[in-house]
Design a binder for this molecule. Structure first.
Ligand code: SF4
Length: 478
């Protein structure tokens, strides 16, 4: 039997960059990798705002400590850089600013790569079991010599947990990120692993996130988890919060595809925070892996969930529209705590639904997603929603939609406006993104759209136009 993969769990109760630096330096010295060449840090900054989304991202102090530690132990380095693509079509440069990354990056003389502005290049996949033959990633990822993955330790309503493997979803721009972000999400996560393996992983588990990924409830876990193998790190992460690694589907698939172990017996757990002590602390760690048809209670949003097109996941689409609806409602709740009661009644329908939909008089129907189909009478009118779902083989990664923030906002609001006297609207897409769900649900529910909140609207719009400009320039500059 070969040498066991090593994973370290270290105590760290506070966001002190100096303390984090010392811990990560010890991790790098113990686990062995020496940063050299083009060193790229990939944090999780899916969404960041100090008031609105304070716990969704890897904290700036953590990034600061990680860069400083890498400098302490580095060999010959050509470049230190930080790269990420934030979620829900919000420009990454806006999230970096809110996460207070820009000061850290400047202080360390590092570069910032906003992957929504980068040129994405095709990468040919070859491993048996892959979902696709071709996947697109930023060219800076292909060029990196030493990738330091800095995930945030969070529960995830679609995949149960987001740790090291799942951190790779933030590599792709919106054009490519939403491809296979449906019942194939777990497969997609594993495909991305073939592009590059992390040389070092340090998870920010100082304050972990429970339940949701964009609006998590904080949990003071007080830990930093480090390793060099993503499967080993994620396996230990699962045990830290009482999840059977077999239930983290992308971990199981990644392990089967040869990326590392998922059996604790094949991993040596080191550090000053014993796993059993962590587990005693996390007995009440909360998840939210719930279907939406049983999730919204005492809410003016009700849901009908049908069946789904792919044989491996007929009963639910964990990686697509239903979870996006759930995240969108949590965002709305963050802005308007009473939204479930104050919004107009909306009946959300997703998947293939046969038979009548039970509606109240004043309820409007929101048919979401390309796979959704239904036929029947709504308010005395015949309605036919035809499926427009394309099988995986029919979706070409070379020809993808832009999923542009402004365009999609305009399209969804226009759809709601033009159908304002109709008993229903239909949102197209596979998936319909979280951002689109926010637009549709706020328009149909008659509540203010958070995108127009003064704390977001102007800074996001400015960042958007800068992002567009830089994307064009990067294309010309190669
Ligand atoms: S349309 Fe939505 S619910 Fe249907 S398969 Fe695609 S992502 Fe899933």
């Amino acid at each position: 039997m070969g040498e066991k993969e090593k994973v370290m769990i270290m105590r760290c109760e506070e966001y002190s960059a100096d303390r984090i630096r010392g811990i990560i330096r010890e991790g790098m010295e113990t686990l062995g990798p020496i940063p050299r060449g083009r060193v790229l840090f990939k944090p999780n900054v899916v969404l960041a705002h100090p008031e609105l989304f304070p716990h969704a991202f890897t904290r700036a102090e953590f990034l600061d400590g990680a860069i400083a530690a890498a400098k302490d132990v580095a060999g010959e380095v050509e470049e230190f850089a930080v790269g990420e693509r934030s979620g829900i079509t919000i420009p990454t440069r806006y999230c970096f600013k809110n996460a207070e990354y820009l000061e850290v990056i400047k202080r360390h003389g590092a570069k910032a790569y906003f992957f929504d502005e980068s040129r994405h290049v095709p990468f040919r996949l070859r491993r048996p079991g892959r979902l696709r033959d071709l996947i697109y990633v930023p060219k800076e990822i292909i060029e990196a010599d030493f990738l330091v993955s800095l995930p945030k330790f969070k529960a995830h309503p679609w995949t149960r947990l987001t740790l090291s493997l799942k951190n790779y979803i933030g590599l792709q721009d919106d054009r490519h990120r939403l491809v296979d972000h449906n019942t194939y999400l777990e497969h997609k996560i594993v495909d991305l692993q073939e592009v590059i393996q992390p040389s070092f992983i340090a998870i920010d588990a100082i304050v972990a996130g429970q339940k949701m990924m964009l609006t998590p409830t904080p949990f003071n876990l007080g830990a930093i988890v480090m390793g060099t193998n993503p499967c080993a790190v994620d396996t230990v992460g699962c045990h830290m919060v009482h999840v059977d690694p077999k239930d983290l589907l992308h971990l199981q698939m990644a392990s089967q595809r040869g990326y590392g172990p998922m059996d604790l017996g094949e991993i040596e757990v080191l550090g000053d925070f014993p796993l059993e002590e962590v587990r005693a602390k996390t007995k009440d760690f909360q998840f939210c892996l719930e279907r939406i048809d049983s999730y919204f209670k005492e809410s003016n949003l009700s849901c009908t969930v049908g069946s789904f097109p792919e044989a491996h996941s007929r009963d639910y689409c964990w990686g697509g529209c239903p979870g996006a609806a759930q995240e969108a409602m949590h965002i709305l709740r963050d802005f308007y705590p009473d939204v479930d009661r104050t919004m107009k009644k909306v009946h959300y329908v997703v998947g293939r639904v046969d038979g009548p939909i039970e509606l109240q008089d004043d309820e409007k129907v929101f048919f979401a997603g390309d796979c959704t189909s239904w036929q029947g009478m709504l308010k005395g009118r015949p309605v036919s929603i035809d499926p427009r779902y394309m099988k995986k083989e029919e979706v070409k990664t070379q020809k993808t939609k832009s999923n542009d923030l402004l365009l999609k906002t305009f399209q969804s609001l226009w759809e709601c406006f033009t159908k304002r006297n109709m008993p229903y609207v239909r949102a197209k897409g596979c998936p319909v993104s979280v951002a689109d769900h926010v637009n549709f649900l706020s328009a149909l529910g008659g509540i203010k759209n958070p995108n127009f909140d003064p704390r977001l609207f102007l800074p996001v719009t400015l960042a958007y136009f800068k992002m567009r400009l830089m994307r064009v320039l990067n294309r010309f500059m190669g």
